[in-house]
Design a protein around this ligand. Structure first.
Ligand code: SF4
Length: 220
């Protein structure tokens, strides 16, 4: 079980560390646009694709079709031309068009404000549903977990989990709720810039002194 006593200290150290790093694309789109549809679609575009590729593609797509109605009407060919730089763009084009149609047909054109309903949308998993709730609907009732949150939580010894979905469940049991809204942003930025998945920069890490570095074989 995690030493939950150091959670507050680590969050505070990471808040200072990440001040100069750029925000993850999905939370940035959420902050700027406060639009659950754009957050949801951006999150799907970002799966297995780098933020620097996803950001401009998402913004280009929203200039052409920023609502479920417009996206549902757009041809697959046109969607694919716009989102081509992201990985798996053909599958993603079908997913996002399908999601737009479902939102119109089943939810009166509005992205559901409910985690379980979001999970019913084809192509939406726990991470995407949590991100849409937190950054799209402004409800900090979930901790979105991607590869960085999964890896860092395990290295810190907060959890001992095998995948992102399990990590989300465990973190929601041990992390005080006041930290939930920050945790994803902090860990993603920390993971992209310091605690890299393959070889972390422990020597310049803000939480070096209180991290047990579980499972680290090679660090810099
Ligand atoms: S000390 Fe190393 S393993 Fe621990 S959080 Fe920092 S970079 Fe990651």
């Amino acid at each position: 079980m995690a030493d939950i006593k150091n959670i507050g200290k680590i969050i505070s150290l990471l808040r200072k560390e990440v001040k100069d790093f750029e925000n993850p694309v999905v939370s940035k789109i959420g902050e700027i646009q406060q639009d659950p549809f754009k957050v949801l679609i951006s999150c799907i575009l970002s799966l297995r694709t780098q933020d620097r590729t996803t950001g401009p593609v998402a913004l280009r797509l929203f200039e052409a079709a920023g609502t479920p109605q417009k996206l549902a009407k757009m041809s697959l060919g046109k969607i694919q031309r716009i989102i081509r730089p992201v990985n798996y763009y053909i599958t993603k084009s079908k997913r996002i068009k399908g999601i737009a149609k479902t939102i119109i047909r089943d939810y009166d054109g509005k992205v559901p404000d409910n985690f379980d309903e979001l999970m019913k949308l084809k192509g939406v998993g726990k991470k995407t549903a949590a991100i849409t709730m937190v950054y799209g609907h402004g409800k900090a009732d979930y901790i979105p977990v991607d590869i960085h949150v999964f890896v860092i939580s395990n290295r810190l010894g907060w959890v001992k989990t095998k995948n992102a979905d399990q990590t989300m469940d465990e973190l929601m049991k041990i992390v005080p709720k006041k930290y939930w809204s920050d945790l994803n942003d902090l860990f993603v930025l920390h993971g992209q810039n310091v605690c890299l998945t393959n070889s972390p920069f422990c020597s310049r890490c803000a939480v070096n002194g209180c991290c047990p570095k579980i499972g680290i074989v090679r660090s810099r």
